[in-house]
Design a protein around this ligand. Structure first.
Ligand SMILES: Nc1nc2c(ncn2[C@@H]2O[C@H](COP(=O)(O)OP(=O)(O)OP(=O)(O)O)[C@@H](O)[C@H]2O)c(=O)[nH]1
Ligand SMILES: [Mg+2]
Length: 434
């Protein structure tokens, strides 16, 4: 754990500056043969020499415990040459400073109590964010513990103490649990958990993105809508049916939603070999889509029966959308759009309703968005339900253990329980040097 580690904190590309970080205990001693550490937190120029290389580096020293990891940290700002950085890391290796595993700096920060697991996950999301919304959501999950977690802990801890006292001394000292008051408290918390679960359900889509498949008969306007949503001219559009052959994918942010859009070949029975291959590929897209937009031109009386049959197994995640709303319409139930006119309001409303429900992206800030967090929130609610099955006269042991179960799940959520399996799950997605 306390072995000194190092890693490039910036990508290995030619650039103005490359940053290498070292973390460990007593770095002044470890690095003594190489560099004299400057005063704490004062950027200082040092001339470094090793194995025939010479480099001027800006050196920063953050002594423990006031550092990112809670250990000593030394940061070297070198010229941004990848080869130079490698040679520099090799030399640190000779001084006994090994290369860090991905996420190892952050793992140390966590184990030294510098951050909670929730902040660690938010940090991972911040680094990986590719849309404005994802960036805001990740930022919204940094900093102090979410209020509802601190509040829950504050509310249940006196009850835990009381239940345990009732177990230990109840008989002799006449300590009574006060079950009915506890129940009122639990009802209040139940509300809070449900609000959080609701927010988590929406925040999940903002974090993970939404896979949207555009399917329909040839010439239904799939590629035109694809381009309109993507905000760029990616797919070829012609009036010839069967224009799109392959599956096209693009990631974009539309109406505040992070979308992965899939344009597909128009579905029809065809003998044309390339088009047949294209149609065959649509199935895989249907399987992985979060929502399938079945596009039917507003000018069609009804949707193609063969396509409806093909989409039947995916019921529940199919939304029929009428395209070409600028043309004289036969019917107009469900969302109607005109990609050519840029009129996509009804689709926007339908998507927001489906994925965010009554919540705005802002209302999802700070919500439990990762799969790990959502699962624990579910478990917390299930654990609380155990309490609601208890009756007023039940033994205090049972109440104490139910409350402890809830407490344990909160600790798992914030990472205070230090469960290695959760840490591995979280750090699996980290990059080197963080
Ligand atoms: N008036 C009108 N025409 C549209 C609209 N959307 C698409 N079209 C026209 O419909 C034709 C087919 O459009 P595409 O977007 O290529 O249709 P597609 O579903 O991708 O067709 P395939 O790739 O062949 O399956 C083109 O001539 C488009 O200009 C629309 O909203 N209004
Ligand atoms: Mg097309």
């Amino acid at each position: 754990m306390s072995e000194p580690i190092c890693a490039p904190a910036t990508p290995l590309f030619p650039s103005a500056v490359a940053v290498v970080r070292v973390s460990g205990q007593n770095l002044a001693d470890v690095l003594a043969p190489f560099v004299k550490l400057p005063r704490a937190r004062v950027a200082t120029l040092r001339y470094l020499a090793w194995d025939g290389y010479r480099e001027q580096a800006l050196v920063l020293f953050f002594p423990a415990p006031a550092s990112y990891t809670g250990e000593d940290i030394v940061e070297f700002q070198l010229h941004g040459n990848p080869l130079l950085v490698r040679r520099f890391l090799d030399h640190l290796g000779k001084l006994g400073v090994r290369l860090a595993e991905p996420g190892e700096f952050t793992r140390r920060a966590l184990l030294n109590g510098k951050q909670t697991l929730l902040e660690t996950e938010a940090l991972r999301d911040l680094i990986g964010a590719s849309t404005d919304q994802q960036l805001r959501q990740a930022q919204g999950r940094q900093g102090a513990l979410p209020a509802w977690i601190s509040e829950t802990k504050a509310r249940i801890s006196p009850w835990m103490a009381r239940a345990e006292a009732a177990v230990d001394y109840g008989e002799e000292e006449g300590i009574i649990l006060g079950f009915d008051d506890l129940k009122q408290e639990m009802i209040r918390l139940h509300e809070v958990f449900h609000v959080e679960q609701h927010r988590a359900g929406a925040a999940r889509w903002l974090r993970d993105g939404i896979k949207l498949a555009l399917v329909g008969r040839p010439n239904a306007g799939k590629s035109t809508l694809f381009n309109a949503l993507a905000g760029e001219d990616r797919a070829i559009v012609t009036e010839i049916p069967g224009t799109t052959r392959d599956v096209l994918e693009i990631r974009t942010e539309w109406a505040g939603l992070p979308l992965s859009l899939f344009d597909t070949a128009g579905l029809r029975d065809t003998v044309e070999p390339i088009e047949r291959l294209g149609v065959a590929r649509v199935h895989a897209v249907l399987e992985q889509a979060d929502l399938i937009l079945h596009l039917v031109p507003a000018t069609d009386r009804e949707a193609d029966a063969g396509i409806l049959e093909r989409l039947a197994p995916f019921e529940g995640k199919v939304l029929q959308v009428r395209t070409m709303g600028d043309l004289p319409a036969q019917v107009s139930e469900g969302p109607v759009v005109s990609a050519i006119k840029g009129d996509l309001v009804s689709l926007q409303e339908a998507l927001i309703e489906r994925f965010l429900g009554d919540l705005s992206p802002e209302a999802c800030l700070g919500a439990m968005a990762t799969a790990r967090q959502r699962e624990l929130l579910e478990e917390l609610i299930a654990q609380q339900e155990l309490f609601f099955r208890l009756e007023s006269g039940c033994p205090p042991e049972v109440v104490a253990s139910t409350l402890q179960g809830m407490w344990g799940l909160l600790a798992a959520l914030t990472g205070e329980d230090r469960a290695e399996s959760a840490l591995d799950q979280v750090f699996g997605g980290f990059c080197l040097g963080k």
